[in-house]
Design a protein around this ligand. Structure first.
Ligand SMILES: [Fe+2]
Length: 340
């Protein structure tokens, strides 16, 4: 690792960098070609150059950054543009050829690229091009996951082991579980499963409206909590009229925290709707349940994750009265899913 920027102009130079540099996840460096500028890490309030300009980041350099706990690095906007373009091309390529060759390898790669690309959409949520790329890739992935039922637990584990920031990995992890459960129950048509998979995956896109520095806070003020709670409304506003998903799925997205609201007493159990567009059927319950299950079982900056078995306590209280058979099916499903 090279020395930090020093010398007479270090103060000005540092502020120039702070204004120009953009963060990118370390994994995305695999997609970089010849760098136009150095790559930096941020440590103790200073930017350190770690890879020189003119080079293509090597596997060893990337692994060394991961080993030193650098989840993010900082690069210049034109290098970022090059990486984002390479990522889009790679995602389109793998999405189109999902069924050609080794399904485990293809699916794992697709999930990784799709998750990284979601980060790009968070940074640029008003880009129709990025949103449609996410939508169409997720639609293709849904069909692929449906066809490769036996590999679903492996795909889930492989995505978990990538150790992405929770804002990026959570939507896909909860959606894989949802799809797998819906398929296992034989209660839903494939098209319906696909739409619920899409709704589940896109339901947290509103995180893009929350400043990134809030993501890793250890304690949240009431205002922060309100901001986080608004992400479902933000998701709805961002997606409405921009994606080919029927209105009822958009309403599931808008109210995907209704079970939490019910637990907090914000809406009553027999209250059919807080808003006219509120959907509280089995489909919306399942989308919400897998969202809660995956969130509870993962670590967050402000708390430790619990086991899936422990999370069932809360889920039981949320759904078992209304859907006793489905709750039983969920317990059996989870036992099998995590056994594989
Ligand atoms: Fe959410």
């Amino acid at each position: 690792m090279q020395s930090p920027i020093n010398g007479l102009n270090s103060y000005i130079e540092h502020h120039r960098l702070a204004l120009k540099l953009r963060s990118v996840s370390v994994g995305e460096l695999h997609l970089a070609r010849r760098l136009r500028h150095p790559v930096y890490v941020f440590r103790n309030g200073v930017f350190f150059p770690v890879i020189n300009q003119g080079l293509t980041p090597t596997k060893e350099q990337i692994l060394s950054l991961v080993k030193h706990n650098h989840r993010e690095v900082y690069i210049f906007p034109d290098d970022l543009q090059d990486i984002k373009k390479s990522l889009e091309i790679a995602l389109i390529k793998v999405t189109r050829a999902l069924s050609v060759g080794d399904p485990l390898k293809n699916g794992t790669k697709d999930l990784k690229l799709l998750t990284l690309n979601l980060g790009g959409l968070y940074q640029n949520p008003h880009s129709d091009e990025l949103l449609m790329l996410q939508f169409q890739s997720t639609q293709n992935l849904s069909k692929f996951l449906f066809e490769n039922k036996k590999l679903q637990p492996q795909f889930f584990q492989n995505l978990m082991s990538e150790n992405f920031h929770y804002t990026l990995s959570h939507p896909m992890l909860s959606s894989i579980l949802l799809l797998s459960f819906l398929q296992a129950t034989h209660l839903f048509h494939e098209k319906e499963i696909e739409n619920l998979f899409l709704a589940s995956y896109l339901k947290d896109i509103g995180f893009s409206m929350i400043p990134t520095e809030k993501y890793d806070l250890k304690t949240l003020t009431t205002r922060d909590q309100e901001l986080f709670a608004s992400h479902a409304d933000f998701s709805y506003d961002l997606l409405d009229s921009r994606i080919p998903l029927a209105k009822n799925y958009l309403h599931i997205i808008k109210h995907h925290h209704f079970l939490n609201d019910r637990m907090k007493g914000l809406i009553s159990r027999d209250q059919k709707a807080r808003d006219a567009d509120m959907v509280m059927g089995l489909e919306s319950t399942l989308v919400a349940v897998f969202d809660i299950l995956v969130a509870m079982t993962a670590d967050r900056p402000y708390r430790q994750g619990v086991s899936w078995f422990q999370s069932l306590d809360l889920i039981k209280r949320m759904m078992a009265d209304e859907y006793p058979q489905e709750f039983k099916a969920l317990v059996i499903f989870l036992k099998n899913f995590y056994k594989n």
